[in-house]
Design a protein around this ligand. Sequence first.
Ligand SMILES: [Zn+2]
Ligand SMILES: [Zn+2]
Length: 259
Amino acid sequence: MLGCGGSAGVPMVGGADGRGDWGACDPSERRNRRTRASIILEGDDGRRILIDTGPDMRNQLIDNAIPQVDAVLITHAHADHITGLDDLRILNRIINQPMPLRTDAATMEALRLRFDYAFLPWRPPSFIRPALEPEIITPGDRITLAGMSIEVFNQDHGFSTSLGLRIGRFAYCTDVVALDDAAWRALEGVETWLVDCFQRDPHRTHAWPALIEEWVAKLGPKRTILTHMGNDMDWGWMMRNLPLGIEPAYDGMEIAIAR
Ligand SMILES: [Zn+2]
Ligand SMILES: [Zn+2]
């Protein structure tokens, strides 16, 4: 778990003393400090997929001691999931080849608009800009990336969509407010579910605790872990109030997943 924070992170910039707007979060609780949503998937052979390239990517990789990434998958084109993309050039240098990049057609289009230079052909041997090996994936696809088999599905993210990911008995559903039949089918049998939960009250583009409880009752995962949390989601409050089987993530958390 590289980052489990909302789009502005926790704390947000600001606060009376300038040390951050912590909202309802206790600043003395280390697990309340959250960078923008991103995870690393590490396969049995040690190869890694980076999910999203948000604005905190550089620090996340260093803080979590990630020496190399072998592929990248982007869930959607919101700024908190893509603005670190330029740093892929450093990861290019480590693997010394273009970086496989997978996302859906609309997100690829947005990436090409905002990071046009990153899609220019690679001119070996240097990586002065990111060198990408882009490939579009379609919701419903099952792809193999860095040796891992991943099923991707569409998620309703309010005014847009995002990609949900199913890997073995694990699923990652960030930035989601509703799931359709195809998504529920893709999620069937999931045991460990990492899912968006931005704030305590209902939201137009993100899930909230009461909605997650409904989803969990329907899906029946053994373990549900909340991510993409804003500064309303205090660690202590969640530990006291979330039902058994639902827990908050924290930056740096490691989750072993069954295939
Ligand atoms: Zn987001
Ligand atoms: Zn989003």
